[in-house]
Design a protein around this ligand. Structure first.
Ligand code: NAD
Length: 699
């Protein structure tokens, strides 16, 4: 049974019991119905309280049931809710901690509701490309008022119970409890007080009108359209709420249902649900049992206080974990600390950080020039220059001083983590922690598992990642790991597009119309064109037969490194970040085209997007094949959280699955036949060929 039933004198309590968040899976749904039946049949029971045990009232539908037959099995949520609402005895919801989605819809069918202070209340379905599907869009506007309900449903964001209780005229909360600890006693007392009230109040019977009616919805529609351009759910949520104001309750319920089902079938909702599952899956590693012990991390040392070191340190300070930064020179430390202070000051100015929180964070930070001072650290993260020789010096020092059991991590982007591990006599304690710039902002962390990385080291780093609120994805050791190895192919293809006739602005526009946060050339101008230049120079040595467009080298030879030099693929005005198409760069590309004998042709946006995306997908197929990534959904997480791939397309692998891998391979054959592209580039990875032939997807 996923709910416990207990009678306290004349009040029955149904306490949901399905950890971690009392998701309403089949057993829980059955247990709610059984509890209501039992209480109804018991003459001694005058009222019923529904609450949740543990960390939540209820987080809504049970995500573990998604896509399984159980999710659809009766009693489904709607049947359960109708049963609760029609109960002949008063039902009181005692809400605390988390009340989300179906959890809130359950509370809304109870006759009365109490909440503990600090309860997070939300209808987050839009985040999965859906709308609430069990009455949320019809009952919340009645209980809370049309405007605040619409804001909650369209944004999906949680609101604290105290805030809700203050809304004028709200009927969502009948009483605020004094504290979470006293909630149950207060709910029992409340239930006794209202035990004899008849008829029982139902949210469905409340009026639902907005004083400005159509004018309000027109205004709201424009707002939502502006904010949610590529997401179909928010405007549909608005339609559902408007229906609540225009139709009888049961008609509104039917409209909500129809919208919900139609949204379920949109590629955007499929993509968002895929990512929801992908994020959970990323933290599960096949050969790492969930009970793998983790090492205790209380003190972190960061070696190198440069651009990455400072940002990395901030993550830990934000999470309340002490950090010691080590450098070779005092000036470098001072510069690093000043940058951290400036970043925090900017947040204070924007009202996003309080002075006392800032002071607490800075108090956790200390600096040193001596390895002796960091030897007690539980985790060291190295972020020094990207040169193997420098890494060698650092890791040999660390090996000599660090206490046994300390985890030694490198933030290297391109070097071999196994070689770095072998600079020590404890390769089992070495792991890659590849943060993305700016490290205090970017969500992605590639956790690079070396050949000898111990399981508890991996488990600890995954656990630490959660504490510092990163999305961690495990990658094997290879050049560029998952993300940069793929982006290198994407960059090569972007170069071929220039050679054939595109301008940087045209490629970026097509990519951005597809949904990328930034096209490849704007992205490169931001990151610094010199960085990829250095990587290419190494490639020219290692793989002399690999074809590249020469345009990026020509650009760098002119010192156009991007925003930092005021000129890159685009021109920039001093102090501004707006990318202005550059006549000089376009002329340089045209001259190069003429030099290599290409007559430019007009390339469609569709071809641009396909060539860029399939370049990623093909490399990703190699990455899967080689076991560098253990599942396709991990690759999607990398691209969504680290590279600005559009969320509503679910990542490159999900996008390819949606198109059909057969179609992807066909397009690659077409591109290979283009004499100005690179036939070798477009050779499909064996895994891709196989899956396409079998009619399968990357899942
Ligand atoms: P940076 O040049 O800004 O900082 C490097 C710092 O390391 C400098 O402050 C330098 O004084 C210090 N340093 C050098 N040798 C040292 C030593 N022996 N002991 C202690 N400190 C030393 O470089 P960065 O951009 O912060 O990159 C650092 C590492 O992070 C590199 O491995 C890089 O590949 C990786 N990385 C960089 C990015 C990025 O976008 N910049 C992204 C991911 C990973």
């Amino acid at each position: 049974m996923s709910a416990d039933y207990k009678v306290h004198g004349d009040v029955a309590v149904i306490a949901l019991n399905n950890p971690p968040v009392n998701g309403m899976g089949l057993e829980t749904r059955l247990a709610i119905v059984a509890g209501i039946e039992k209480a109804t049949a018991d003459a001694a029971v005058k009222a019923i309280v529904i609450t949740g045990q543990g960390k939540a009232f209820s987080g809504g539908a049970d995500v573990r049931e998604f896509g399984t037959p159980k999710a659809l099995q009766e009693p489904n949520l709607r049947s359960v809710f109708a049963f609760v609402e029609n109960c002949s005895k008063p039902v009181v919801a005692a809400m605390h901690s988390v009340v989300m989605g179906g959890g809130l819809e359950l509370a809304l069918v109870c006759h009365y509701r109490l909440a503990a202070p600090g309860t997070s209340v939300a209808l987050p379905e839009v985040k999965l490309g859906l709308i609430p599907g069990a009455g949320g869009t019809q009952r919340l506007p009645r209980a809370l008022g049309v405007e605040p309900a619409l804001n909650m449903i369209v944004s999906g964001e949680p609101i604290k119970s105290e805030m809700l209780a203050m809304l004028p005229g709200q009927k969502l909360l009948d009483q605020m409890a004094t504290s979470p600890q006293t909630l149950m006693d207060e709910a029992l007392a409340f239930a006794r007080e209202i035990a004899d009230v008849r008829p029982l109040p139902k949210v469905r019977d409340l009026p639902c009108k907005h004083p400005q009616g159509d004018a309000y919805f027109q205004f709201a529609r424009n707002m939502v359209k502006g904010m949610a351009a590529n997401y179909p759910a928010p405007p549909k949520a608005l339609d559902a709420v408007e229906a609540a104001t225009k139709h009888k309750f049961d008609e509104g319920m039917a409209i909500e249902r129809e919208i919900f089902i139609n949204l379920m079938w949109t590629p955007e909702s499929r993509a968002l649900r895929h990512l929801f599952a992908a994020q959970r899956a990323a933290s599960k590693i096949a050969d790492l049992p969930s009970d793998t012990p983790v090492r205790n991390i209380q003190l972190v040392a960061v070696i190198g206080a440069g651009m990455m070191g400072g940002g990395i340190a901030m993550n830990f300070l934000n999470a309340g974990i002490a950090v010691k930064m080590l450098e070779t020179k005092q000036e470098a430390l001072d510069r690093g600390v000043a940058t951290i202070q400036k970043n925090y000051q900017d947040r204070i100015k924007k009202g996003k950080l309080k002075e006392d929180a800032y002071a607490k964070r800075m108090a956790l930070l200390s600096t040193t020039l001596s390895y002796d001072d960091i030897k007690e650290a539980d985790l060291v993260i190295e972020a020094v220059f990207e040169e193997l020789g420098v890494k060698e010096i650092v890791f040999k020092q660390l090996d000599a001083v660090m206490k046994p059991g300390a985890i030694l991590a490198s933030n290297t982007s391109t070097l071999d983590v196994n070689s770095i591990a072998n600079f020590t006599k404890r390769p089992q304690d070495v792991v890659g922690m590849h943060f993305f710039s700016p490290a205090n902002v970017m969500k992605l962390l590639e956790v690079v598992r070396g050949k000898n990385t111990a399981k508890d080291v991996l488990a600890t780093v995954m656990d630490v990642a959660k504490k510092i609120k990163k999305i961690a994805v495990v990658s094997g050791v290879c050049d560029g790991f998952i993300g940069n190895r793929m982006i290198n192919q994407f960059g090569r293809q972007a170069g071929f597009l220039l050679d054939e006739g595109c301008t940087p602005a045209q490629v970026d526009r097509a990519a951005e119309k597809f949904g990328w946060a930034m096209g490849p050339f704007r992205m490169s101008d931001l990151a610094g064109n010199d960085i990829s230049w250095a990587i290419r120079k190494r490639r020219y040595q290692e793989q002399p037969n690999l074809r590249f467009s020469k345009t990026a080298d020509l650009l760098c030879e002119q010192g156009r490194f991007g925003q930092k030099t005021g000129a890159g693929w685009y021109d920039y005005k001093p102090g501004k970040r707006d990318a202005i198409p550059s006549k000089d760069v376009e002329a340089m590309i045209a001259k190069h085209r003429a030099d290599i004998g290409i007559t430019p042709r007009r390339i469609s946006d569709e071809e641009i997007v396909q060539r860029l995306t399939f370049a990623l997908v093909n490399e990703a197929a190699h990455i899967l094949e080689e076991g560098i990534a253990s599942k396709a959904s991990d690759i999607d997480m990398v691209y969504i959280s680290g590279y600005g791939f559009p969320m509503y397309r679910g990542g490159p692998m999900n996008y390819a699955n949606e198109l059909g891998l057969f179609n992807v391979v066909q397009a690659m054959h077409r591109f290979a036949a283009n004499p100005h592209d690179d036939a070798e580039f477009w050779k499909p990875a064996p895994l891709l060929t196989q899956l396409a032939a079998e009619g399968k997807t990357f899942n």
